[in-house]
Every structure is written in structure tokens, then in C-alpha cells.
Design a protein around this ligand. Sequence first.
Ligand code: SF4
Length: 413
Amino acid sequence: MHFDHSFDRKKTKQIMVGDVPVGGGAPITVQSMTITKTADHEGTLQQIYALAGAGADIVRCTCNKPEAAEGLARIVPRSPVPIIADIHNNHRMALAALDAGVHCLRLNPGNITDPSKIKLIAQEAKDRNVPIRIGVNGGSLDSSLYDADRGVTPEALVESALREISYFDEVGFDLVKISVKASSVPLMIEAYRQLSEVTDYPLHLGVTEAGPPPAGTIKATAGIGTLLAEGIGDTIRYSLTADPVEEARAGRTLLEALGLRERKNVDLIACPSCGRAEIDVYKVANDAVAAFEDLKIPLQVAVMGCVVNGPGEARDADLGIAAGNKRGHLFVKGVNVAVVPEDEMVDQLVDWAIFLHEQGVEATMARAETTRDSARRAADEDRARNLDERGEDANAAETKIDLIRKRKEDSAI
Ligand code: SF4
């Protein structure tokens, strides 16, 4: 029996952001945010399309002034994905965004604190059936919730969200999702855990101000990934100091890696390289990542540095290539199918991946009908040649271990 790769998820209520369900067992969604001026509706739409292409299911745009709300009125009907308006201090901008027809609002309880204004927004959102994200943020927490000794605490982040919910309750509004973000990963993890205990509303996960990649991506992955693995979270956003397309890609990659979303793009795996490698694995792997970047091929593809161990180590990949004697050995599901010149490795990998994706394994094996035997023989030859030239112990590991053991024996004497 195969290992069960899925995680149990906490059941939350479901809301609809436009036509995208969030919570209640719906697929976890990826969000990102535009960095254009929302008033520049053409420029913003271009970015929204780029984000949707990179895997964003929902996109947020700032609505900080009337011109931005007007931009939203033009953007919403042409957007390929639902649009959330990000509201800052001015409650009128929330009402203007609703007039513009946005699919959701994001309110920060630390920014709009007057209960009457919050209730007015909730009432208007309720009348239009538009959900609101309560977006608590450690950096802009309502000052009344700061702990004099401990600063921002998980309890305070949760309390801020609950307070906002109580205002919404007063007008009977419950189309809610919640985030309790902080730039500290342990703080946000604990806040979300506590929040998940006390509410069934869907949760939007994120590490705020994570910073530039790669550190920012790692921080966000640590926080979001930990919670998702615990079954907490219904929608996610990477807040990176980078092109938002990177955010969307990172979010999508995390969900695919955790098996929480169907794979949309190539999952490229590569060996770490070692003394046996017969190509520059880093370069070929990076070239392959670039070549597959815009192709929607949901396959696992392997780039391996040698034919001695490569095909075996990557036998679970759908397709792969291993280097040997200035040529590339292509394999499908562990079976050698063709030999290609070294400088064509990436092009051929892409060509076979497209064929495999479009025609399936059987047709691919049929395509390799005439080359399969010679490909296997060539791989055997190159495997034997590599072993001959580099020996059984290409990384000198056994030699080093002998030395270590000898030193141990000597000192024992
Ligand atoms: S043995 Fe071959 S496939 Fe494995 S790490 Fe070394 S070069 Fe890569």
C-alpha cells in the first residue's frame, strides 16, 4: 500500500470570493497583491493577468483613494480572477470599493477602529453579499491591545480579530475570513493555532513583511507550511519584497509540494551532483527550470548528473535525463528511451515532456520503439565506462571512512 500523502484539514465555513470558494474543504487558494497604482487600470490588469498565469487564484489591489476605486470599477469586469480591495484608514474607500463591484474587502482592525464605521461597512457588504477579510497585522495592532511587557502577543492578535467579529455580529454579517499575520514566524504560527481553536471562519495565512527571497520565501514557507501541515489554513499569501509573480509562484509551489493542489507546472527534481557527475548539473537544472517555466505540464521531470545512479534514483519521475560520456540518456518512468547530444539535453527534455504530457506513456513508449534497445545499451556502456574511470567509490567516501576507522583503531591502541 502506498503512503497516504494527504493532510487532514480542519473543516471551516465556506465563503465565496467571486466564483472562488474559500474554506469548507475547498482547494486551498493562492493570493497575491498588485504593486501598480490601481488607478492605472490597464497596468494593473496586466499585472493581474501575470499573477493569474503564475498561479494566483485571487488578487488584491489597494483602494487608497477615489481614483483607485474608479480603477477597480474598470478592473473588476475584465479581471480573470476575483478582486479584493485593500482598505487602509478611510472607511469611505471600503464603500467606494463595494460600489466598484469588488468581490471582497480586506479591513485591518488596527486601522479603522471606530465601531460605527466598521458596522456600516459590514452592513453594506452584507447587503451585497460581499465577504470581508479581517486582516490583523502584528505591525499595526490596535494600541489598546499591546501588552506593556510582552509587546505583540498571539493572544492580542486573536483578540483583535474577535473584537472585529463582534462588531460584524451586531449587524448579522458572517461572510468572513481572517488573518493574524506577524513578521515573526513563531508568533504567527501560535496566533493562527489559537485562532483556529476559537473560530470556524476560514483562515488566510501569511507571514507579513517576510522580505526579499530567498530568506523571505523561507520564512513564509516555514510559517505557512507548518500551519498547512497541521490542517490549518484555507487561503495563503507570500508577502515578499519581490515581483508579485514570485509570490504567486511560491504559493502555488508550496501547495503542490504539500499535495494540497494538483500540479500545474513541471516539478523539476535534480540530483545534488557529486564526484561522479558528467555535466554541470546546476547549469542544466537551471536551464531546464527556465525552459519549463511557462509550460503548463504537470509532470515530475528529473535532471541527473550521471547515468550510473541517475535513472535509478529518479525512477519515480515521469521523465528524466542523465548525463554520460558527452550525451544525455533520456528515460520515461525509469525506462531508457533515447540518447541525445549533451548540448541538446534540455531541448530534448522539453520536447519529450510535451509529447508525454499530450500523448501519454503508451504513445511515448511507442515513439521510442526503435530507439529503446539501443538507448538501454548506450546507457549500460556509459554506466560501465563511468564506473571504470571513476571506480566504485567516485566520491572517495569509502577511502575516507577507512581513514577514520584506522585513526580510531590507532588511538585505541
Ligand atoms: S551519483 Fe550521479 S545522480 Fe547521484 S548525485 Fe552523483 S552525479 Fe548525481
